[in-house]
Design a binder for this molecule. Structure first.
Ligand code: NDP
Ligand code: MG
Length: 394
């Protein structure tokens, strides 16, 4: 196998660190060329000393000098600011850009990397949620592969190997249901961020963990699947599968259903994307059916977890609506984590902002940047109003 040069955007996060750990298992097969972080300069410096990339980005300018002082002397270029993410992906020797940034921040660097013809290993689902049409068009024009890292999409991708896309009847995304599976609205109205951050099966960054508890993560994944696999919204179903062993399924036109199974461990989908189309050996723990005698399935409760319906609705409306959904969601998740609003209020704010923002049918990059800003502003105002009401209501 030829050595691959890789840029890891968001190397200090949950996906970023697991990617480095997969790469460490195959030291002769990868050369890390770029590492990036927002604030965690301590870990970024540590990673850079170990993997010796050509360049690092610390987007928060406050930490630029400390990172530069540590790394310049050993020949590593240090950049700062969000714009630097768009520049570093253009380094000509990079083959693969693994996008593990959170939220809208992934859009511009991913688009820039696609325009440079880099293969994308995509963890940052929000990029496809916000601008799926734009991103997939750019990928087609530049003959670029977008390889899914998200476990459900990796599962679907694996089920589709050797199949014709016209043979797909539907995609069935599995969802663990998160820590609040089976809870009612009364319980959720007082649920805390501490409770929501306790995911039963996965260890992930805070934003996606809250999204998993509210089922917004599954909603975002429905939109991600629509663009990755070029299927209609009516061809995407969600089923709750609390054990997270079946990572997702594809149903074909002859009624056959294929599934991909494995332990809930992101290293497998990361490894599959990094080595695609090859499968390589590893010594990770194996699925032992003695420990999983029951795999169960149930319907998601769309009344209690309104976010799933909001995401389907945003996808059906199309155009700028998924961008609005994503921006409002980023604001409410941050507000919930700071205990500024309650768990159920997150969906209320998103629904409100989706009716408020001007609709654009075919947005371009500059439209997305503006829609994101405006939707965030509306969502922040709405959060503020909710805080004022709740503080005068006791
Ligand atoms: P984390 O919060 O753990 O890590 C995010 C990384 O991006 C960190 O390196 C962080 O830097 C950096 N970052 C965050 N915000 C910005 C920003 N505005 N500008 C520049 N850099 C930024 O997230 P995860 O690894 O959990 O998730 C990454 C992406 O992968 C998300 O889109 C998520 O939905 C997706 N994903 C994650 C899974 C998981 O298991 N974690 C599973 C499937 C998908 P710093 O450390 O300095 O804050
Ligand atoms: Mg997932």
């Amino acid at each position: 196998m030829i050595k691959k040069n890789i840029a890891i955007l968001g190397s200090t996060g949950s996906i970023g660190t697991q990617t480095l750990s997969v790469i460490s298992e195959y030291p002769d097969l990868f050369q890390v060329q770029v590492l990036t972080a927002a604030n965690n300069y301590v870990l970024l410096i540590e990673q850079a000393r170990k993997y010796k990339p050509l360049a690092v980005v610390i987007t928060n300018e406050k930490y630029y000098s400390v990172v530069n002082e540590a790394l310049h002397a050993i020949g590593i270029q240090v950049y700062t600011g969000a714009e630097a993410l768009v520049e570093v992906v253009k380094i000509s020797s990079i083959d693969v850009v693994l996008t593990a940034l959170v939220g809208f921040s992934g859009l511009e660097p991913t688009l820039a990397a696609i325009k440079e013809g880099k293969t994308i290993a995509l963890a940052n689902k929000e990029t496809l949620v916000v601008a799926g049409a734009l991103i997939t068009r750019a990928a087609k024009e530049n003959n670029v592969k977008i390889l899914p890292v998200d476990s459900e999409h990796s599962a679907i991708f694996q089920c589709l190997v050797g199949e014709q896309s016209s043979a797909v009847e539907k995609i069935i995304l599995t969802a663990s249901g998160g820590p609040f599976l089976g809870k009612d609205r009364a319980f959720l109205s007082t649920a805390s961020s501490k409770q929501a951050l306790k995911h039963p099966n996965w260890q992930m960054g805070d934003k996606i963990t809250i999204d998993s508890a509210s089922l917004m993560n599954k909603g975002l994944e429905v939109i991600e699947a629509r663009w990755l696999f070029n299927v209609d919204v009516r061809q995407i179903d969600v089923v709750i599968h609390p054990q997270s062993i079946i990572h997702s399924m594809v149903q074909f036109k002859d009624g056959s259903v294929k599934a991909q199974l494995g332990l809930p461990d992101m290293k497998l989908p990361i490894q599959y994307a990094l080595f695609y189309p090859n499968r390589v050996e590893n010594n990770h723990p194996r699925l032992d059916f003695d420990h999983f005698s029951q795999l169960t399935f149930e319907k998601p409760d769309r009344e209690v977890f309104a976010n799933l319906d909001l995401a389907y609705k945003a996808l059906e409306v199309g155009g700028s609506m998924p961008c609005v959904l994503n921006a409002a969601n980023e604001v409410v998740v941050a507000a919930f984590l700071k205990q500024e609003i309650g768990f159920l209020e997150m969906s209320d704010v998103i629904a409100e902002i989706m009716t408020k923002t001007n609709f654009i049918k075919e947005p371009g990059l500059s439209d997305f940047l503006e829609i994101d800003q405006v939707s965030r502003m509306y969502a922040e105002e709405s959060v503020k109003r909710k805080r004022t009401i709740s503080s005068t209501n006791f």
